[in-house]
Design a binder for this molecule. Sequence first.
Ligand SMILES: Cc1cc2nc3c(=O)[nH]c(=O)nc-3n(C[C@H](O)[C@H](O)[C@H](O)COP(=O)(O)OP(=O)(O)OC[C@H]3O[C@@H](n4cnc5c(N)ncnc54)[C@H](O)[C@@H]3O)c2cc1C
Ligand code: FES
Length: 240
Amino acid sequence: MSKIISNERLSRDFFRMRVECSNEARMGQFYMLRAWRQYPVLSRPISVFDSDGGTVSFLYKVVGRGTEIFSGLKAEDDITLLGPLGSAFPEVSGKIALVAGGAGIAPFYLATKQLKAKQLEAYPGCQVDLYLGFSDRPLLTDDYRKTADNVTVNVGGFITDEIDPAGYDHIFACGPEAMMRALYEKCKESGAAGKVYVSLENRMACGVGACLVCSCRTSGGNKKVCKDGPVFKGEAVFEL
Ligand SMILES: Cc1cc2nc3c(=O)[nH]c(=O)nc-3n(C[C@H](O)[C@H](O)[C@H](O)COP(=O)(O)OP(=O)(O)OC[C@H]3O[C@@H](n4cnc5c(N)ncnc54)[C@H](O)[C@@H]3O)c2cc1C
Ligand code: FES
C-alpha cells in the first residue's frame, strides 16, 4: 500500500495524483493502480507522469469506473501500486520531438526531463520539442514549458499538422492510435519512418505478461504490450 500525497483536479475530467513511492521510473513506463477491494476486478494501467525516487505522479482522465474511483481519493488515502512496469522510450540524443494527444501527454513530462538531463551531460546541443494536442482545453502547458525547449499546442485540430518530421532525429508519440498512425504515415512520406517510436495503450488485465489480454500484432510476431511494450518502433506496429 502507498500513501496518496495529493490528488488535484486539473480540469473537468483530468486529475493529477502524487503518491509516496521509492521506486524510480524511466520515461514511458507505467504502474498498475488499484484503490478498491473487489469491483472493478482489474487494476488500471496509468503512465508515470513524474518520478523522483520518493514520489510518483500520475496524470489521468476519468473515463469509467476505475478512474472515477481514483478521482475521489484524497491525501492520506491508500492506493496499491504495482510497478514501474514495461519498456521505456529509448535514451537517444539529438533533436527529439515528442508528439501527444489528450491523456497521451502524460508520459512526456518525465520523458522531457530525463532526455534533457541525460543529453546535457554528453551533448549540449540537444533539443527536446513537445507537440501537445487537445480536443478542448489545453492542460499543464506551463509545466511542460519549464521542461522542454519548445512547446507547440493545438486545440481542436490535428497536432500532427504542426510537425515537420525532417527537422528531427527521433520522434516519440503517445495518444489515440489514429493520431499515432497519421504521424507515422507523415514521417514515412518524408523518409523518416525509422525515427518513430509509439507507446500503445491496449486494454490490460495482469500488467505483467501473464494473461495475453494486451496482445498486439507486430512485424516481429505477437507481442505483449505490458511486457514487450508499451513502447514499440512505429514500423513494428504500423507495417504489417
Ligand atoms: C500502458 C498504459 C498507460 C496508460 N496511461 C494512462 C495515463 O497516463 N493517463 C490516462 O488517463 N490513461 C492512461 N491509460 C488508459 C487507462 O488505463 C484507462 O483509461 C483506464 O484503464 C480506464 O479505466 P476505467 O475503469 O476508468 O474505465 P473502463 O470502465 O475500463 O472503460 C471506460 C471507457 O474507456 C475505454 N478504455 C478503457 N481502457 C482503455 C485504454 N487502455 N485505451 C483506450 N480506451 C480505453 C473503454 O473502452 C470504455 O469505453 C493507459 C493505458 C495503458 C495500457
Ligand atoms: S496485461 Fe496480461 S499479458 Fe499484458
